[in-house]
Design a protein around this ligand. Structure first.
Ligand SMILES: [Zn+2]
Ligand SMILES: [Zn+2]
Ligand SMILES: [Zn+2]
Length: 277
């Protein structure tokens, strides 16, 4: 399996849109891996995870032919993970030669946002029924998409909706995609996570060196999260541990994140990073 991290920032981006804190100031000055767009990933060039406002930028930057993608997993409705109005451009009027149907999978809040965005007046004449379809997910109800076995697990995030993280497996390889979530998962969610052995775990690192109390994780939570999975026998000796979804409010530059990650056997993601596992 291959995962490519198309974007690696939290909602406000890095540098944040209206911010001139030390981290954002340095990011503008240094550029490179300190410039981060909003979090989005793609598995084997086939399964797209999340749909931030930066999707268009990602498509250009990484030469993605998004019209060929037929499966889009959405974690939750926050703007940095779901910016649905852009989906109207998959209509045949704009998306020539788009392949069959794009299946958009998500929770109840994502469903509401989806219909609010795609049913705007001018598209009532040209409905998206033949190009984009929404599929409502329920926690733990697994499904298959193009040979990938996918299990949605409820996250510790915005309590107003059923935020989901995903377990994704194919050909004996397994990925845990944990964005966005804190550590305060339900016992049922932990048990579901413990039921698999992972080749790659992708952990929320929004808070950097700050302490957290759920909703997101910081670096010390990531260490603890990986330790728990190790203790439960969910990791191989060569399991790749990635930290991702960073905020300038975490107070660390990319180099500092990289150093911390290396000390703890992890990899700090950056925009465009590909990992084969
Ligand atoms: Zn987020
Ligand atoms: Zn800032
Ligand atoms: Zn969120």
């Amino acid at each position: 399996m291959e995962i490519q991290y198309l974007g690696t920032a939290a909602a406000e981006g890095w540098p944040a849109l209206f911010c001139d804190c030390d981290i954002c100031h340095r990011a503008r000055k240094e550029g490179g891996k300190d410039l981060r767009t909003r979090t989005q990933s793609i598995i084997d060039g086939t399964i797209l995870i999340d749909f931030p406002p930066d999707t268009y930028t990602h498509a250009i930057q990484y030469s993605l032919n998004l019209g060929q993608i037929q499966h889009l997993l959405i974690t939750h409705s926050h703007m940095d993970h779901f910016f649905p109005v852009e989906l109207i451009h998959r209509h045949e009027h704009f998306g020539h030669n788009a392949k069959g149907m794009l299946h958009v999978y998500g929770n109840e809040a994502v469903e509401k946002a989806f219909y609010e965005a795609v049913l705007i007046d001018r598209f009532k004449v040209h409905p998206l029924d033949n190009s984009v379809q929404f599929i409502r997910l329920e926690p733990y109800q697994d499904f298959y998409a193009e040979g990938y076995h996918i299990i949605p697990v409820p996250a510790d995030h915005d309590k107003r909706e059923t935020c989901l993280i995903y377990m994704i497996e194919k050909d004996g390889k397994c990925l845990l995609y944990g964005h966005d979530t804190g550590m305060n998962l339900s016992q049922e969610a932990w048990e579901c996570i413990y039921s698999h052995k992972y080749n790659l775990i992708s952990m929320d690192a929004t808070m950097g060196k700050q302490k957290t109390n759920g909703y997101h994780m910081g670096l010390h939570d990531d260490v603890e999260f990986a330790r728990r999975l190790e203790e439960k026998g969910c990791l191989h000796p060569d399991t790749i541990k990635v930290i991702n979804h960073f905020s300038h409010n975490g107070g660390m530059t990319h180099r500092e994140l990289e150093e911390f990650a290396a000390e703890h056997g992890m990899i700090a993601s950056y925009d465009g990073m590909k990992v084969v596992f």
